[in-house]
Design a binder for this molecule. Structure first.
Ligand SMILES: NC(=O)c1ccc[n+]([C@@H]2O[C@H](COP(=O)([O-])OP(=O)(O)OC[C@H]3O[C@@H](n4cnc5c(N)ncnc54)[C@H](OP(=O)(O)O)[C@@H]3O)[C@@H](O)[C@H]2O)c1
Length: 263
């Protein structure tokens, strides 16, 4: 019998790769990212280990043509059970000093691509009343930071968008699940690509493994949780920050930003 299909963007490394490894046990996979060689190697390994049929879609999701291909593929897939919008990247530097191109690509990857892929997937899942979507946001959705204007705001968009989808699905009594996964600092290639040292970001007790993040997410999906924040430290911080009056929150964040820039 054919297995359900999980489509994962950004499956060539980090959190997306671990999602693929975990889901390969009982799913066929559609793996999406730019680095075809990485996806092919992972696909061959997962086929050998678990017998999962793995389809590779080498796509740059910031480009309209590639995005449309993935969108069409998802909309036409009757076995689509899970979509994981995970592809993403970070930048460093003040908004007006960093190249516009990178900021535009970030909005395309973190906002336009998940929005279009969610629409394609839901069009197939809602009539079947079955399936789920995980949108990988960040704790940065809740905590603003100087040097992360586009990152924090695009990830905030993702949590608001996912919550709104949850409400819409509930409003029609749908059993399709949606989740905003909000990890904190996680070991992956993310900070290497940004060319920042992990030590400069946070002490080691704050770092999560991609396995911890993915396991919390999949457990949250089984329990139909809308927001999943892996790690008790991050759950505490987000609970506290989101309860502060805006003026107090901004005052604390400004102080941290000034202290960081003085270093
Ligand atoms: N690591 C953290 O501390 C952390 C914290 C909170 C949230 N997150 C979020 O977690 C998600 C996964 O990141 P990660 O930590 O696993 O980092 P990662 O190891 O750098 O993985 C990022 C993935 O996104 C893909 N990607 C990047 N640009 C793409 C594009 N234009 N088109 C298609 N795919 C693209 C990359 O593949 P290719 O290069 O092959 O295209 C790669 O597979 C991101 O959304 C990130 O914002 C990470």
């Amino acid at each position: 019998m054919s297995r359900p299909l999980a489509a994962i963007t950004g499956a060539s490394s980090g959190i997306g790769e671990v999602f693929a490894r975990r889901l390969a046990v009982d799913h066929d996979l559609l793996l999406i990212a730019r680095r075809r060689d990485r996806l092919e190697k992972l696909g061959a390994e997962l086929f050998q280990q678990h017998g999962s049929a793995v389809e590779i879609l080498a796509a740059d999701l910031t480009g309209d043509k590639d995005l449309a291909l993935v969108e069409t593929r998802l909309a036409a897939e009757p076995r689509l059970e899970l979509l994981i919008n995970n592809a993403g990247f970070g930048t460093k530097g003040l908004f007006w000093e960093t190249p516009l191109e990178g900021q535009e690509q970030m909005h395309a990857l973190h906002v336009i691509a998940p929005m279009r892929l969610c629409r394609a997937a839901l069009g197939a899942m809602v009539p079947r009343d079955h399936g789920g979507i995980i949108n990988v946001a960040s704790v940065a959705a809740f905590i603003r930071r100087a040097g992360g204007a586009s990152y924090g705001s695009t990830k905030s968009w993702m949590t608001v968008f996912t919550e709104a989808l949850y409400l819409e699905l509930r409003s029609v009594g749908s059993h399709v699940a949606v989740q905003a996964l909000c990890p904190g600092f996680t070991y992956s290639e993310f900070h290497d690509a940004m060319k920042v040292s992990r030590e400069s970001m946070a002490s080691s007790s704050f770092w999560l493994t991609a396995e911890e993040v993915v396991d919390a997410s999949l457990e949250g999906l089984r329990n139909r949780k809308l927001f999943v924040i892996p790690g008790w430290r991050y759950r505490m911080i987000v609970a506290l920050v989101t309860k502060l009056p805006a003026m107090l929150r901004v005052a604390i964040e400004s102080r941290i930003a000034r202290e960081r820039s003085a270093k």
